[in-house]
Write a protein that binds this ligand. Sequence first.
Ligand code: DAV
Length: 376
Amino acid sequence: MTHAAVSASAHPGIAAPRAGACPVNSFTEWDPLEEVVVGRLDNAVFPTWQPSMADTMPESSWGDLRTHGGAPFPAEHLRAAREELENLCAVLEAEGVRVRRPDPAPHDNSFATPRWSSKGGLYAGMPRDCLMVVGDTIVEAPMSWRCRYFETDAFRELIKGWFRQGARWMAAPKPQLTEDLFSDEAAEDGDGWAVGEFEPVFDAADVMRFGRDLVVQRSHVTNEFGIEWLRRSLGDGFRVSRIDVDDPHAMHIDATLAPLAPGKLLVNPERYVPHELFDGWDILPAPKPALPSDWPMYFCSPWVSMNVLSLDPETVVVESHEEPLIEALTAWGFRCVPVDFRNVYSFGGSFHCVTLDVARTGGCGSYLSGAETIHG
Ligand code: DAV
């Protein structure tokens, strides 16, 4: 049923891993993609409700999320989404990209820490949320949804393999996720965000990579403490800039900004707030999503239409029904690779969310302006 990672040599069209080079090498969202992890929705279960979810989840799904925690998603819907994921893998391989998959893992086991418990996990569907690649380093994010506490487990065999081949590997301090982080008092301390400043937390999907620049948003899952941890941990070679966006439900920046090539930024016209970092960049407001309003969306907004995956600075994987976006990107000079993905949308993301780009050709360039302030 499951497709094991295809070894590079078995596919003549797929680039061989770089001999002697670090297997993890990715500085941007757009350099030519060599190797990518595609998540799995196998055994996905409803997340275990915590009140901080209300700030980001569509109100239409609160009922399901509150009552079904730890129970499997409807089988037929999951089957359709898994099929779309398998097809994405095939498309990426046909484009010459090495595809890796997490281990199938059970997600319905309950677990507890001394201070709280969760009815189950979630899935291994969105590696973008829990993992980040910065150059030769793989970073495990300290996520604030309790049900996601062990989410990187399914990716550990992959990470250990890359580490053995020379990659660097760091995990943020394991968060405690006690009420101190989420209480009303904490929310006040955090300016109304669902997480206060009790300890560092962030989801990796709140960060976009532009070579030596990383652009991050404060959100309901990412706090200033977490941003500061990332800034200091990455050190002098990188600049971490927090930008404002107009998104009261902010959770993950990748349906708000999508850098597709040096100087080309696709933005969500409802959320993007112009920033001097992008001075000199061409900004394309994404057309409205084409998704019907009654499409089931458990986790996110239809703006995952712009959650595209760059294969190189001229090629983008786009959902095949998003015709206005495909037209706009084509007119902007891109080759669009259309892939059906609406059933995956329902589980909280699209092509950027379900992937982790482990290797892209290229080094650490400098692409954004205002380089004077370097935080180290
Ligand atoms: O805008 O609905 C999409 C990204 C989810 N990982 C949104 C968030």
